[in-house]
Design a protein around this ligand. Structure first.
Ligand code: 0O2
Length: 221
């Protein structure tokens, strides 16, 4: 390959990655609107935090090689579905499904795949809801659809996953047995905390509903 060929390949790849940047901006805006609207209508916000990242060209290539995927833009676009990743954290488990439903009901987003590691946690204790969504983006000369991986989890699930991720890489993916057991116990405790917080949240909502029903009644009398 000549220098000019290489430059053209690099330019094409960077342009290809721009599509993912636009898709993330679009979903971030969508979530921001949903958040503000939800707050206005229900006086409640199910989204605590949103973070996003685009995989580096290096890790895209590594993943493509690992998967045995051809190293061209079309194959990578089709087979590596987490080039753009978005993580949403919320306070309560019920919020996760609330956000999922808000996304599912949007006409401009197509849900390609759903993995529920909350109903079926991974062996190590990992819990989260994963969605692969397809997002349309409008470039100057064409319309494209790109995949975005959305991970939705509670703060407790996120706390556990971040630490597990660090430990996993610290031990080069071979976690010692004792730490593995302790991580699994920590996942159980995090789950118990989620259940307790959800129960308190439900109770608070019931109290709020009964106060507002009393107020409505007073207004009528
Ligand atoms: P990073 O650095 O977060 O991007 P795939 O390999 O994506 O084609 P897979 O493995 O079936 O297919 O995808 P899955 O199960 O949807 O999980 C992908 C992502 O979820 C991971 O991305 C992690 O971010 C997260 N994840 C999944 N399992 C675990 C886990 O056991 N512990 C933690 N901490 N995170 C997990 P990457 O690319 O592995 O890493």
């Amino acid at each position: 390959l000549t220098q000019a060929d290489l430059k053209e390949k690099k330019d094409n790849f960077m342009r290809f990655l721009m599509g993912y940047k636009f898709a993330l901006s679009k979903i971030n805006t969508t979530l921001d609107i949903l958040k503000q609207e939800f707050q206005y209508i229900h006086d409640y916000n199910p989204i605590e935090n949103v973070s996003s990242r685009i995989k580096s060209p290096d890790s895209i290539m590594k993943k493509a090689q690992k998967k045995g995927c051809d190293l061209n833009i079309l194959s990578i676009k089709d087979q590596i579905r987490d080039i753009a990743g978005l993580r949403i954290t919320c306070s309560f488990e019920s919020d996760i499904y609330e956000i999922r439903d808000l996304l599912v009901n949007r006409k401009d987003i197509v849900i390609i795949e759903e993995k529920d590691y909350i109903k079926a946690p991974k062996g190590n204790g990992y819990r989260s809801l994963h969605l692969i969504i397809s997002v349309p983006i409008y470039m100057s000369d064409r319309e494209e659809h790109v995949f975005v991986e959305v991970q939705i989890r509670t703060i407790a699930m996120d706390f556990w996953a971040s630490l597990e991720h660090k430990i996993y890489y610290k031990y080069h993916k071979e976690i010692p047995e004792r730490i593995r057991i302790e991580l699994s116990e920590a996942a159980t405790v995090a789950n118990q905390l989620d259940l307790k917080m959800e129960a308190l949240h439900t109770e608070m909502n019931e109290i709020k509903a009964s106060i507002s029903a009393d107020e409505d009644l007073e207004e009528l009398q």
